[in-house]
Design a protein around this ligand. Structure first.
Ligand code: NAD
Ligand code: WQD
Length: 340
């Protein structure tokens, strides 16, 4: 019998790529999403991209424990990947309660439904933002955590909840993956990142400038203590993030309890370096101007990616050129994003 994975937030940016990766590797996949931040058309794109269809997709809010219970009752779920969350840092400062409600409340509702239906294997979406303004790079999983905004605190709080439930229930097997900066798209150009409104994140903004949808990029500060003064991040191809989740599901039974891993490449890229790589990949100029620093931004965040390599014998394989080329393909094939 193929293993069945429940993917919450399966229509989102990382979730959709992960569904395809799981389907292409023989897993049955059940999606739960309320489309708070995704188009239902993504489900059609998953169907077009993957070698096999999704088992089911349920329009369910992860905070709705009863509705989740029906999903668990309808399918024989072996493991869960929990992506569903709100992720905009700025919005989390404006609406903290909504962030705690969805991210922490949703995780608690999911854990209750899982336990009630005898499912104890979980891969959880955490974030490099739990490290806050890091003093020493690269960041290992043992680096101090010091989240600087409500969004990041919800992720750390979820990790604490998972730690506590793993203490209580010896049958729990949980992997919390702290992603660095996922970017790029499926190489088919059918799946990618499609933010609502003005993009908060660098790569989708750059792509929209290159395609002519926005006039110019604001580079948030060039006076950071980095080689060219602009912010440095560890960009990771979303296909590698998806592959990492598929590999993680295969390692859930390695040991009981909660294990935390970084998901990054270990390579830092500045804003100016990313603009140059995107210009090269797209053949289009990316007009930009330096403006003030964005409040709350940190100079540099780069992962020590060695722990997953040692634990799973797996590393990322896609470089910055591939991230830009694939993001550009998605942007040109879908200049206005998915149909909404
Ligand atoms: P996304 O917004 O594209 O995907 C999240 C999905 O969850 C969306 O389809 C949305 O509709 C759904 N969702 C939101 N609230 C829901 C609810 N209450 N019930 C059911 N579904 C709901 O985001 P993403 O970039 O794919 O991120 C996935 C996960 O990874 C999130 O937990 C995010 O915090 C985490 N993460 C993302 C990044 C990043 O830069 N993209 C980095 C680190 C961690
Ligand atoms: C990258 C760099 C900006 C936009 C965010 C979340 C974090 C995690 C990953 C979820 C920075 C600069 C950006 C622009 C710019 N997500 N920039 N002009 O801030 O590292 O992390 O995504 O867990 O929680 O905060 O990513 O893409 O916004 O910024 O100059 O228009 O690009 O200053 O140096 P960030 P980002």
């Amino acid at each position: 019998m193929p293993e069945t994975v429940l993917v919450t937030g399966g229509a989102g940016f990382i979730g959709s790529h992960t569904c395809v990766e799981l389907l292409d590797h023989g897993y049955e996949v059940v999606v739960v999403d309320n489309h708070a931040n995704s188009s239902p058309h993504v489900l059609d794109r998953i169907a077009k991209t993957a070698s096999r269809p999704l088992t089911a997709a349920h329009l369910v809010d992860v905070r709705d424990r009863e509705a989740l219970g029906h999903v668990f009752a309808a399918h024989r779920i072996d493991s869960v990947i929990h992506f569903a969350a709100r992720k905009a840092v700025g919005e989390s400062v404006e609406r903290p309660v909504e962030y705690y409600d969805t991210n922490v409340g949703g995780t608690c509702a999911l854990l209750s439904a899982m336990h009630e239906h005898g499912v104890h294997r979980l891969v959880f979406s955490s974030s490099c933002s739990v490290y806050g303004d890091a003093r020493t790079l690269p960041l290992t999983e043992h680096s101090p955590v010091a989240p600087t905004n409500p969004y990041a605190r919800t992720k750390l709080m979820c990790e604490r909840v998972l730690e506590d439930i793993c203490e209580l229930l010896p049958q729990m097997r949980v992997l919390a993956l702290r992603y660095f900066n996922p970017v790029g798209a499926h190489p088919s150009g059918l799946l990618g990142e499609d933010p609502c409104g003005v993009p908060d994140n660098l790569m989708p903004y750059v792509a929209q400038v290159a395609v002519g949808r926005r006039e110019r990029l604001s580079v948030f500060g060039d006076d950071y203590p980095t080689p060219d003064g602009t912010g440095v991040r560890d960009y990771i191809h979303v296909m590698d993030v998806a592959e990492g989740h598929r590999v993680a599901v295969g390692h859930l039974d390695d040991s009981p309890g909660l294990r935390v891993f970084n998901l990054g490449t270990g390579a830092g890229t500045s804003v100016l370096e990313l603009i140059a790589a995107f210009t090269e990949a797209s053949g289009r100029p990316v007009p930009h101007q330096v403006v003030d620093r964005r409040p709350g931004d940190v100079a540099a965040l780069v992962a020590d990616a060695s722990a997953v390599a040692e634990a799973w014998g797996w590393t990322t394989t896609r470089d910055l050129a591939a991230m830009c080329a694939d993001a550009w393909r998605f942007q040109t094939l879908n200049p206005d994003g998915y149909p909404r």
